[in-house]
Design a protein around this ligand. Sequence first.
Ligand SMILES: NC(=O)c1ccc[n+]([C@@H]2O[C@H](COP(=O)([O-])OP(=O)(O)OC[C@H]3O[C@@H](n4cnc5c(N)ncnc54)[C@H](OP(=O)(O)O)[C@@H]3O)[C@@H](O)[C@H]2O)c1
Length: 330
Amino acid sequence: MTYQAYFVEEAETGVTASWVSKEDTDLPEGDVLIEVAYSSVNYKDALSANGNRGVTREYPHTPGIDAAGRVISSSVDQYSAGDEVVVFGYDLGMNTAGGFGQKIRVPASWVLKKPSGLTLAETMSWGTAGFTAALSIQKLERAGIVPEKGPVLVTGATGGVGSVAVALLSKLGFSVVAVSGKAEQTEWLKSLGAAEVVSRDTVLALKGKAMAKPLYQAAVDTVGGDMVSAIIPQLQPEGAITTCGMIAGVKFEASVFPFILRGVSLLGVDSVEIPRADKQSVLDKAAGPWKLEGLEAMTTEVGQSGLADVLAKVLNGQGTGRYRVNLNKD
Ligand SMILES: NC(=O)c1ccc[n+]([C@@H]2O[C@H](COP(=O)([O-])OP(=O)(O)OC[C@H]3O[C@@H](n4cnc5c(N)ncnc54)[C@H](OP(=O)(O)O)[C@@H]3O)[C@@H](O)[C@H]2O)c1
């Protein structure tokens, strides 16, 4: 049976990408064959679609680290034809053909059951970026961060992880300070729930300081690099910062003083290789107590023809909110 997939190939001038017809036999071995209805666009997808070998070792390749759809067939009892399922992370879309194809075949250990509180489309409005925001906030809560203790900073606030973090923290009662390089999106960030919006440069001005005025209880950092360095000295005693991304850099410098004099914590967030039970738990939370009523309004849906433009936007840090891919739309 044929299906359509976004196929990235190497050419002499770089990589090229187009929608092509593929056969089921082109898919890798696996337990569960899934008809993908929706995917989403994340920064990692933009890297993979652009030939980044840190993400995807071999081309040609179909990216898409997220997929939501219906089971066509399964070799394990756990799943049956027609089940609505979600896959995010593990090797999907990295070196395994991903959600930018109308079909995927994956190990059963990667497959999550779609909770009844979300539609297939809504799960992909969350996508890896949204789930990473939720995992970051879960880590902060476990570190003792509560709304009464002070504001929480969110960097890369207009991006996929950042915008969901702003909306979710605000829903949970936190006072959110959004950090953004897009001054023109200030009102939009406030509409998501940010109490205040500050520029990247305002925060980065503190880079290299050992200690600074403790303005924030916590931070969800999505960009890495100097931003982490600048935030650590601004955390309150027993505060915490999560780090998940590297769009602004992979290294940072920090003094030990905020750690030993204020007891602050640096918490890493991984959404890719965590146990399936933890992924299912965050998906269920997104469908229940953490359901974001405003998420659809933060999501732009594109069909096959709109995908390349969105990937370019996200690669250049120009994305805003979440991007969902409807695999059955032109
Ligand atoms: N650890 C994990 O499991 C995991 C999961 C998901 C994502 N990630 C990582 O998290 C990061 C964010 O992902 P995303 O999907 O939210 O990406 P995204 O949608 O592209 O958003 C990134 C945002 O970062 C800001 N930004 C861009 N360039 C910047 C720069 N040079 N310096 C400072 N800020 C910059 C921009 O927001 P403003 O203009 O508002 O500042 C941009 O919209 C990526 O590095 C991604 O790989 C990691």
